[in-house]
Design a protein around this ligand. Structure first.
Ligand SMILES: NC(=O)c1ccc[n+]([C@@H]2O[C@H](COP(=O)([O-])OP(=O)(O)OC[C@H]3O[C@@H](n4cnc5c(N)ncnc54)[C@H](OP(=O)(O)O)[C@@H]3O)[C@@H](O)[C@H]2O)c1
Length: 330
């Protein structure tokens, strides 16, 4: 197929592009050129800032079977890209996110769960509501020729968010570890390469509609054990489980301090880690083992790979331990 990838040099886009070339597709990238894709097998690179100048896409004779938009964050970007490509491109896959959902209250929620409500005429500032507007804009313009994919948290080599990397480094450090709850809260990471594979499947099968892309969640207690078994920390991990209210009261931030972890005892998060991707699984979404993802990420980090610094530092964890000791004093 002739594929046009909007983006293609970041995280998901980078893996997607490499895989598309492996699978024999003809790939054109459109981005600002801040980074180069390391793989230049027959890759065509078009340059432009999508918010200002799409003229590189308007050249005479340019035509694609499918566009995959990996970096649309505002409805006006969806509108302008559609105006440029309708007539040059048959179908569109939009990479959206599970952040479009209003909350994560219902365990097992699927693609029909309620989205953020945006009052008519208002322009939100937040990522999730803006992605809802992007979805609506694309749907209005592409109709049945549109496929919307909603990944959960992605992870793997070249992840610039540093989220799974935090868990890997913390497990590698080992020793006593303050952890929230009783090990029942769930994490739901998807290997970026499994995500990329599904995007290409959706392309080849000409899928339309909406699909959540997540791996079944795993309870924090099992997660820590499996990471420790794969990463073999020098000093064994000694989990010190603490109730969420005590940790939140001592300054722990849900989602941030332990990256992507939410207290499922709060009603709005009761379904987090239990979001359904059944529809995508039926269409061929596959999952590599957690151990493989973790080992590949650990290797990328060991070779100098870097993402954002995120999560609680060793000093912050020690300060937290002190605060909990003080607050436990009679
Ligand atoms: N990471 C996650 O956990 C996660 C979870 C759910 C959904 N998602 C979704 O997955 C997508 C992320 O894809 P990714 O990982 O490849 O993104 P990324 O790492 O942020 O890369 C963004 C890509 O878009 C290009 N780009 C950015 N701004 C541009 C502009 N104004 N004009 C033209 N090109 C532009 C960048 O190249 P230049 O900088 O050179 O322009 C780059 O190739 C997003 O849509 C996100 O909402 C991610």
């Amino acid at each position: 197929m002739k594929l046009l990838v909007i983006g293609g040099t970041g995280f998901l886009g980078r893996h997607l592009t490499a895989l598309a070339l492996d699978w024999g597709h003809e790939v054109t990238l459109f981005n600002r050129g801040h980074r180069q894709h390391p793989d230049w097998r027959e890759l065509t690179a078009l340059r432009g800032d999508r918010s200002q100048d799409l003229s590189a896409l308007l050249g005479k004779g340019l035509h694609w079977d499918l566009v995959i938009d990996t970096c649309c964050y505002r409805p006006e970007q969806a509108a302008s890209l559609s105006a440029a490509l309708l007539g040059r491109c048959e179908r569109l896959i939009f990479i959206s996110t599970i952040s479009v959902y209003r909350d994560f209250a219902q365990p097992g929620m699927d693609e029909s769960a309620p989205l953020h409500r945006i009052p008519a005429g208002e322009m939100p500032d937040d990522y999730g509501p803006l992605k809802v507007l992007c979805e609506q804009e694309y749907l209005a313009r592409w109709g049945e020729r549109l496929c919307i994919l909603r990944p959960g948290v992605l992870c793997g080599p070249h992840d610039h968010t540093g989220r799974l990397a935090w868990w890997v480094k913390r497990v590698e450090r080992g020793g006593p570890w303050l952890l929230p709850g009783a090990g029942q809260d769930r994490l739901q990471y998807l290997d970026v390469r499994d995500c990329a594979e599904f995007v290409l499947r959706a392309a080849e099968q000409r899928l339309g509609g909406v699909f959540n892309l997540l791996k079944p969640g795993i309870a924090l207690g099992d997660w820590v054990e499996r990471l420790a078994a794969r990463l073999a920390p020098a000093v064994p991990i000694q989990p010190e489980w603490q109730p969420w209210p005590a940790l939140l009261g001592a300054g722990v931030e849900s989602w941030q301090s332990y990256p992507t972890l939410l207290p499922s005892e709060l009603a709005e998060y009761a379904g987090y880690g239990r979001i359904s991707a059944e529809a995508a699984i039926v269409q061929g979404l596959n999952f590599r083992p957690l151990e493989e993802t973790v080992a590949d990420l650990a290797q990328w980090l060991a070779e100098g790979g870097q993402g954002a610094v995120t999560g609680m530092t060793a000093q912050q964890e020690e300060a937290l331990r002190q605060r909990l000791r003080v607050s436990a004093l009679p």
